[in-house]
Design a protein around this ligand. Sequence first.
Ligand code: HEC
Length: 102
Amino acid sequence: MNKLATAVAAAVLAGSFGTALAADVAAGKAKFAVCAGCHGPTGAGNEALKYPKLSGRDAEYVKTQLHAFKSGTRDNATMKAMTAGLNEADIENVAAYIATLK
Ligand code: HEC
């Protein structure tokens, strides 16, 4: 019984790590098309229009910010709207793509 529980827990853990590691950069790139309208195709941002630079940010940072915009803990109407349509996998993927922008 205990062994079974351990095996199940291990499988669940492996499964969630598997998902975290399997961020789909290509899918993230496709999602980024709309973001590029403001943040630029290379993520360089637009200082004059106050669109922050995203290139050079790591995936963890981007994910944290996207969750904060989505939940409203980081208050920005534009980015709240932008994140409203992103599910967990989308956030994972787009963050992984942004992390490739140097
Ligand atoms: C209409 C313009 C616009 C679009 C489109 C847009 N953003 Fe933004 N984004 C902004 C603005 C403005 C801010 C600054 C918000 C603030 O001041 O808190 C921002 C901030 C961010 C930040 C935080 C940057 C930092 O330095 O903390 C991230 C990450 C981000 N956007 C990602 C995205 C992603 C991913 C998409 C596409 C799904 C996207 N944005 C689409 C305008 C836009």
